[in-house]
Design a protein around this ligand. Structure first.
Ligand code: PLP
Length: 239
């Protein structure tokens, strides 16, 4: 089943890219594996999927070691507290949820101690939702400047999660707005590679729209692994 779902998603991704005149190779798929057992993750890995995203540090800390030596790149997509930064810096290859200087500094400190380079994304609260993490769009530039000045973390780009609406078209204006902001910030040389800033957006229900609007990475969970157990949070909140 995972093989078929993966093929279907990749096919949809390629078609969305073509619709908007983009090269499908520019867009990668992050398989969101929160609540998914390691056996299922291993199956996806066997099908050639190597980017995975986890939200909860505790869960990631148990699963990641069980899948060591699989050449998997793990991304942190859950909200991080500074006191968990050390563990996150050890576990993950990329942290997509940096939304304040303090967390960037904590990650920077710990990556230096363990001698690791940790690329990050800055999470933007594009819908200005009270309950969601992320820096407000108008404060993104200031935060990027501070991270540059005060840390050595390579900031690859931005990550967003617009307000949830089952209709994928409802996400489009948000995706468009963040793509514009990404271009603006890249013009000001605020990312690691300003020719190719990373833009992580789009979930199971709206990844095709996200690609049409410029996503370079989509984060897909349920469309790949099936629905999560009842009660499992859809969105990442503090542990
Ligand atoms: C759970 C989650 C996803 C995946 O959501 P699906 O609807 O299952 O595709 C993507 N991004 C973040 C930050 C998540 O928490």
């Amino acid at each position: 089943m995972i093989r078929e779902q993966l093929a279907r998603i990749q096919d949809n991704m390629a078609r969305a890219a073509q619709r908007s005149g983009r090269d499908p190779k520019e867009i990668s798929l992050l398989a969101v594996s929160k609540t998914v057992p390691v056996e299922e993750i291993a199956k996806a890995r066997d099908c050639g999927q190597f980017l995975f995203g986890e939200n909860y540090l505790q869960e990631a800390a148990t699963k990641i070691p069980l899948l060591a030596n699989n050449n998997i790149q793990w991304h942190c997509i859950g909200h991080l507290q500074s006191n968990k930064a050390a563990r996150a810096a050890e576990l993950f290859a990329v942290v997509q949820t940096v939304d304040r200087l303090k967390i960037a500094q904590a990650l920077d400190r710990h990556t230096k101690i363990i001698g690791k380079t940790l690329p990050v994304l800055v999470q933007v609260n594009i819908g200005r939702e009270k309950q969601k993490s992320g820096v407000l769009p108008e404060q993104a530039k200031k935060l990027l400047r501070e991270i540059r000045k005060q840390t050595d973390l390579p900031v690859l780009g931005l990550m967003v999660m617009p307000p949830y609406d089952p209709n994928p078209e409802a996400s489009r204006p948000y995706f468009r707005e963040i793509a514009e902001l990404t271009r603006l910030l890249a013009d000001q040389q605020l990312f690691e590679n300003n020719e190719r800033p990373v833009l992580s957006m789009g979930l199971s229900h709206d990844y095709e729209v996200a690609i049409e609007e410029g996503a370079t990475m989509v984060r897909v969970g349920t469309a790949l692994f099936g629905s999560r157990p009842a009660g499992a949070p859809t969105i990442s909140y503090p542990e």
